[in-house]
Design a protein. Structure first.
Length: 217
C-alpha cells in the first residue's frame, strides 16, 4: 500500500503515459528509439540481404512509440520530433555501411543512400503522425484538468467563505457594540435616577425643618 501511494504521488510533469510510473528523461527517449533502430538494422545486416526490410521498420516504429509513451511530459517535444530525424540519419547511414565498397562518388551515394530514404517516406510520415497524436494526447490529457478544476474550485470557495466570514464577523461586532451601548445605558439610568432623587431630597431637607424640632415662631 505504501509503495502504491508513493508511486501515485509522482508529479504530473515527471510521469510517463501511466500515471503511477515515472517517465524517462528526454535523452532516455532518444536512447530507446535509437536502440530499436539499431536492433532492426543489426537483424537486417546479419541476414546478408544488403537492404533494410520490414524487420527494421517494425523495430523503428516500436522504438518511437515506446519512447513517446515512456518519456516524461516535460520531454515530449524531443520524443515527438525524433522519428523523422532518426530515419534521415539511420537509413542513409545503414545503406552506406552495407554498400560502402560499391560507393565511388556522389551519384552512388544518392542512389544507394538517398533512394532508400525516399522509399520509406510513408513509414516516416505515419510513424511521425502516430507519435504526434500520442504526444498531444499526453500533453493535454495528462494535466488532470479535473483535479486542477477541483483545486481551483476549492480555492474559490475558500475565498468566498473568508469574505462571508469577514462580513458576518463585522456585522456581529457591530451588533455586539450596539448591545453593549444599550446595556450601558440601561445600567446608567438607575444611577442617574438615584442621583437625581438624592439631589431633590437634599434640596427639600435644606428648605424644611428637621424632624423633632419646633418651627421657630
Amino acid at each position: 500500500m505504501s509503495g502504491q501511494r508513493a508511486r501515485s504521488a509522482i508529479p504530473a510533469e515527471l510521469r510517463s503515459a501511466h500515471p503511477n510510473i515515472p517517465g524517462v528523461p528526454w535523452w532516455g527517449a532518444v536512447l530507446i528509439a535509437v536502440v530499436g533502430c539499431a536492433i532492426g538494422f543489426a537483424v537486417d545486416a546479419g541476414s546478408g540481404g544488403g537492404a533494410l526490410t520490414s524487420v527494421f521498420s517494425v523495430f523503428y516504429v516500436m522504438g518511437c512509440l515506446i519512447a513517446v509513451l515512456a518519456v516524461r511530459r516535460v520531454g515530449l517535444f524531443t520524443a515527438v520530433i525524433q522519428p523523422p530525424l532518426l530515419l534521415f540519419v539511420i537509413v542513409p547511414g545503414a545503406y552506406f555501411l552495407m554498400h560502402s565498397s560499391e560507393i565511388g562518388g556522389i551519384k552512388d551515394i544518392l542512389i544507394n543512400c538517398g533512394y532508400p530514404l525516399i522509399e520509406r517516406f510513408p513509414l516516416m510520415f505515419f510513424t511521425s503522425a502516430a507519435v504526434l497524436v500520442i504526444g498531444i494526447a499526453r500533453r493535454y490529457l495528462g494535466a488532470s484538468p479535473g483535479k486542477d478544476a477541483t483545486a481551483t474550485g476549492r480555492q474559490a470557495r475558500g475565498r468566498m467563505s473568508a469574505k462571508l466570514s469577514s462580513l458576518v464577523a463585522g456585522g456581529t461586532a457591530t451588533k455586539a457594540d450596539e448591545a453593549a451601548e444599550a446595556a450601558q445605558a440601561v445600567d446608567e439610568a438607575p444611577r442617574r435616577r438615584r442621583t437625581a432623587e438624592r439631589r431633590t431630597g437634599t434640596a427639600k431637607a435644606k428648605g424644611s425643618p428637621a424632624r423633632g424640632e419646633r418651627p421657630t415662631k
